[in-house]
Structure formats: C-alpha cells, structure tokens
Write a protein that binds this ligand. Sequence first.
Ligand SMILES: [Zn+2]
Length: 187
Amino acid sequence: MPAQNRQVPLPSSVQAFDKRRVAFEAWLLERGSAIKQITNPYEVSRFMGVDTDCIVYRKANNVISHWSGGAAEAYRAFLDGAPWRAGARGKRDPKRTNVVLSLARRDGWACVFCGRATEIETVTIEHFVPITSGGTSHMANLSLAHKDCNAEASHLSVREKIEMAVRNRRMPAMDAETPPPGSGRLD
Ligand SMILES: [Zn+2]
C-alpha cells in the first residue's frame, strides 16, 4: 500500500498562491465557478464552490491559515488535474441516494454529530476516516451529518469524531428505558 506523500502541498503563503492565481481562477471559471469579491482583509480568495463559497484565509503575516468550504479540495483538483465542478449538486445521483437511505435505515435521520434531524436534500455523508487518508466508502465508515457539522468535524481526528458521535448519537432503545420524570413510581 504505497500511501506515499503523493499529495502536492497547497500554497502556504499569499505569495505562493498569487503565483498561480491567474491559472487557478481560469481553471475555476472553466468549471462553472465564479470569482467573488473578498469581504475582509484576511481573505486571499473567495470563489463559488460546490453548494457554497470557498474561501482561502491568511494571517497578518501572509501565511495561508485556512481553506474553507471545499477550497482545499478545489485547489487539489487543480493541482492534480482531477475532475471538479462548481455549482449546486442539483440532481442527486441515485447511488448516493441509496447510500443515504441505507444509512437512515440503519441509524435514523439524526445527524451523527449533533443528533438533530437531517433532511435528504441537504444531508451529507460523513466519512469517519476520510477518503484522502485511506478511508473507504463502506457503510461502516459512513454516517449521516449536517453539512455544517460535517465541516466542523473535519478538523477533528478520527478518534475525536467518533467520541463526538457516540456522545451525541440518539439511542432510542435507551431513551425508552428512561421513564419521564414523575412517572413510573416504584412503590
Ligand atoms: Zn448536525
């Protein structure tokens, strides 16, 4: 299993980003994206991604500090010549819908991270071990999650993610055993 560092590093400074900015922005436009106006001095780049804006952030010293909204995935695809396309996901592919429905059948519709209900239109499929780290698309590695919760959890280690999921997972069987306060007197 050659899990070598085949990943090209992302630009780590504004200067490095700017070297390829024109090529990157042209690449984005060819793939249905739009270059957006930055909204504060800490944004290096803002563009339309998949379902949301992608933003590249810098610190005061021009070091790039954060890639949000799928910006890193877009830039990697640019570097690797991999397929990428901006815009709403639109029509769900039926394979994905099947996976979502299978997960809902297994776990219910609650978000694995916050426990609140998800909806089929907006739910995302969480990979506990990311594909980029060798994770699979086997059901055992997948759960349903809100897009925001999923994005938040992406900074966590696999262990932290699972701990968070276990903490928040609704356990209907256990809930059913816990009588509401004031009911079920034993004497
Ligand atoms: Zn959630």
